[in-house]
Ligand binder design. Structure first.
Ligand SMILES: [Zn+2]
Ligand SMILES: [Zn+2]
Length: 296
């Protein structure tokens, strides 16, 4: 018999310290998998939720960039076996809707039982929200089988966990959403976890010019090791002109906004060439408004 009581970091009040508690984790239902976690990264989205900036119900357990070992399977799950190393991600797909059938699972508009029924309850039997569809700040999770992917067991868990969100968000924006062709001129705005993976993906796709922009000298330094061809501090007064100069005077073919900053979202259209593409990747806080002049 597996133990259904697990330790979790519960958010009971926005902006307060998480409460470490014993909680009940339901057994996996049909199409669900229980994973014993070995690592869970802390994403900026977790921090934003914990601060209350995106609202939502409490108590909740956040955490959605996890890695671990399959502990048990619900009925009808054949994708993985017990004991297999897996990533756990917040991307949940019904497998039936228009988007799932056309290979765009991250846009899924369907519903699975976990969307309406959290597997977590506290010691008093009250429900706890499965934050970001995962509740990875815990010893184990129960998620839809669509949320897991097998990985080699020898990738160190803290590194593998990053594949569950930051890496695929940055890589996916560049390689899948934009489909950046070789020889492109690319400007990723923001060189955090997602931005570095935009930079890395653009380098893999064969970008000719790959200009990292950030406020942090450390992040700009990291950007150069991830494949950026140039790194510019965001506050340089002539940064827009510098980017124009580095992109044959036209502006970038693609601008990726890998930050939730309104200033970055506002400046992006000024950096892209005529007919170019701006991809908004970063998650903005609720209520953020961005102004821009269409004639620019
Ligand atoms: Zn994340
Ligand atoms: Zn779907």
């Amino acid at each position: 018999m597996q133990e259904n009581t697990v330790k979790a970091a519960v958010c009971r009040e926005f902006g307060s310290t998480l409460s470490i508690e014993w909680v009940e984790l339901a057994s996996p239902g049909p199409g669900e998998v229980r994973v014993r976690l070995s690592a869970c990264a802390i994403c900026h989205s977790d921090i934003t939720y914990m601060s209350g900036a995106w609202g939502g119900d409490l108590p909740a357990v956040y955490g959605h960039e996890a890695v671990g070992v399959v502990e048990s399977l619900g009925a009808g799950v054949f994708k993985v076996r017990e004991g297999e190393s897996v990533l756990v991600t917040l991307l949940r797909a019904c497998g039936e809707c228009l988007f799932c059938r056309s290979g765009d699972e991250p846009l899924c508009e369907g519903e699975v039982p976990l969307d309406t029924h959290s597997p977590l309850t506290d010691a008093q039997g009250s429900p706890i929200v499965q934050g970001l569809r995962t509740a990875g700040f815990a010893e184990a999770v129960v998620v839809s089988e669509s949320q897991i992917a097998s990985i080699p067991a020898d990738i160190p868990a803290p590194s593998a966990a990053l594949l569950a969100c930051g890496v695929i968000t940055g890589y996916g924006a560049v390689a899948r959403v934009a489909g950046v062709p070789p020889g492109s001129r690319v400007v990723p705005l923001g060189a955090g976890g997602v931005g570095l993976n935009c930079i890395q993906a653009a380098a893999i796709m064969g970008a000719l010019t790959n200009i990292a922009i950030d406020l942090s000298p450390n992040k700009l330094e990291a950007a150069m090791t991830f494949g950026a061809t140039h790194a510019l501090h965001a506050t340089r007064p002539d940064v827009v002109d510098e980017i124009k100069t580095l992109t044959a005077g036209r502006g970038a073919d693609y601008v990726f906004v890998a930050t939730g900053s309104g200033a970055a979202m506002a400046v992006a259209p000024l950096l892209v060439r005529r007919g170019g593409t701006v991809v908004l990747v970063g998650m903005a806080p609720s209520g953020l408004k961005v102004e821009y002049e269409p004639l620019d």
